[in-house]
Design a protein around this ligand. Sequence first.
Ligand code: GDD
Ligand code: MN
Length: 260
Amino acid sequence: MASVEGSRTPARSRRDPERRAPRQDKYSVLLPTYNERENLPLIVWLLVKSFSESGLNYEIIIIDDGSPDGTKDVAEQLEKIYGSDKILLRPREKKLGLGTAYIHGLKHATGNYIVIMDADLSHHPRFIPEFIRKQKEGNFDIVSGTRYRGNGGVYGWDLKRKLISRGANFLTQILLRPGASDLTGSFRLYKKEVLQTLIEKCISKGYVFQMEMIVRARQLNYTVGEVPISFVDRVYGESKLGGNEIVSFLKGLLTLFATT
Ligand code: GDD
Ligand code: MN
């Protein structure tokens, strides 16, 4: 038995296209920006550093929504510095929301894995190698950064903001039982085809998008791995989360509760 296997294996793997032309994994980072002029150069530098040091193949896609602060000009400079194969600026005319920014960015992604994260340094690129390790460990469809498990945490938020986030997670856990610990976080790694399938099913446009994605992922039986992350509140600029986003979150939550 062992000898049969032994003699067959080399012949089979020689014919295997994966062996002749091994496909290298490529990671496409989607970076949505709205008024992130001060943060963008630093986050891009950290990303480039982290990916180069780990010898990974990557691209960074910047989706700027017509930021009045000139973020787009900064992105153009970065494209020149690092090369247009590494930094891809794919802007839109005006502020159309976080959810649709990812949809737009995904259309331009050439990687087989997609990383989504904030551009304001709240999500540190040093966690990305951990996401990748986790993904490989269980061949997970999604790896989600979590602030609410293990060593994860939030730094710099006031009580009001903490309550909003905890409240949103708590309500969703009760109503939808999605079985992940951080439902509203937006630091995640997806297999590209998984993200594509999920995005087609998602109806929300704003911040509630993250929650809908993870809820739908569970419904479709995708596997989710979690990595504890620390979320550090931004130093430069302001959060775009306002009352409108909270209302859309509640609407989205109730819609999902009623329809799924
Ligand atoms: N292109 C585009 N269009 N980008 C946007 C838009 C938009 O309409 N709105 C926000 N962004 C970008 C910001 O520039 C930033 O890079 C990222 O999306 C997150 O926006 P913030 O305004 O910094 O969000 P936050 O810090 O209040 O919220 C964080 O925590 C939430 C709750 O956990 C984010 O991680 C949210 O995604 C998360 O839901
Ligand atoms: Mn932020």
